[in-house]
Design a binder for this molecule. Structure first.
Ligand code: URA
Length: 192
């Protein structure tokens, strides 16, 4: 498989797990195919399910503000989720769903080949870093997984319920700006 389009075609009208029966739209992912930064969220919510695009609800609005704070737009980055279909009532992803869906996320990571992966919240962080560490402890620390620099941060939805997390998110985005600059300087030939 050479392109995200081919990958999307392979996933098709997926019914590999039961979420295929309850979703409206499969939410594949969006953004630059050769982005330096890839964001990994948890799963589509109601708005994303209706639109077929990640982070288009209230959490997405905050994500757009956070991106703007470091001079980026969502079209500069790539955004995907652990699950491509909405769990009913926004419940947590189940292990079977994660196991079924994440091989496709791995392919997206391979094809986009970002320098930095930003994991949003516990599910994405635990999956990408293969850790059981909670997000409150690990957020804002620069990690590595294979050849990727990984920055775990709070999920933007968490800041909608707990305002104190908003400032932390903006601070972690400032760190993301620095991390990207460092990664670019260290290995300029990857994405000129
Ligand atoms: N929350 C997520 O984790 N992903 C989305 O796409 C929307 C909300």
């Amino acid at each position: 498989m050479d392109t995200l389009k081919e990958l999307a075609a392979q996933i098709g009208d997926c019914h590999r797990c039961p979420l295929g029966d309850t979703r409206t739209h499969l939410v594949f992912g969006v953004g630059r195919e050769d982005a330096d930064i890839m964001f990994v969220g948890e799963a589509p919510g109601r708005n994303e399910d209706l639109k077929g695009e990640p982070f288009v609800g209230a959490a997405g609005k905050l994500l757009d503000e956070l991106l703007a704070s470091i001079g980026l737009h969502r079209s500069d980055v790539y955004i995907a989720n652990i699950l491509k279909c909405r769990p009913p009532g926004n419940r947590n992803p189940e292990p079977l769903e994660i196991d079924t869906c994440t091989p496709f996320l791995r392919e997206q990571v391979r094809l986009v080949s970002p320098r930095v992966i930003v994991t949003l919240g516990n599910f994405a962080t635990r999956f990408v870093l293969k850790t059981t560490e909670g997000i409150t402890r690990i957020r804002g620390t620069v990690q590595h997984a294979g050849r990727f620099t990984v920055l775990p941060i709070f999920h933007p939805a968490a800041a909608l319920y707990d305002g104190s997390k908003r400032d932390v998110l903006f601070a972690d985005f400032a760190l993301l700006g620095e991390v990207c600059e460092t990664a670019r300087t260290a290995n300029p030939e990857v994405h000129p």
